[in-house]
Ligand binder design. Structure first.
Ligand code: SF4
Length: 101
């Protein structure tokens, strides 16, 4: 994740736990996440806040989900060209050497 709460050895866990920003994501659930809140799988689906479709929006859908609950269709998320810039943002792949389509 992009957040940093200190360097191991220079800060205690107690100090980290006292940081409000450390707890920012603790109460996020699928009923709050964009798109997921409309998905029939929201109560059985795991979640990942480390990689999200819009890094600027904390309640954005997980990047690595290829399901569209509005059409009921699945597709391999790495083939979705609309995710190309976000995949590059996270440096998940070398787009030039390993194009995903
Ligand atoms: S399947 Fe996808 S859209 Fe549905 S809850 Fe899981 S991450 Fe969200």
């Amino acid at each position: 994740m992009s957040d940093s709460f200190g360097i191991a050895g220079n800060i205690t866990f107690e100090e980290i736990l006292k940081k409000p920003s450390f707890k920012d994501k603790w109460n996020i659930n699928k009923n709050l996440i964009n798109v997921c809140k409309d998905c029939e799988f929201r109560y059985v689906c795991t979640d990942c806040r480390a990689y999200i479709e819009n890094p600027e929006e904390s309640l954005s859908k997980p990047l690595k989900c290829g399901y569209d609950p509005y059409t009921g269709e699945w597709q391999e998320w790495t083939f979705d060209s609309s995710k190309k810039s976000v995949i590059e943002h996270y440096s998940l792949f070398d787009w030039r050497n390993n194009p995903l389509r």
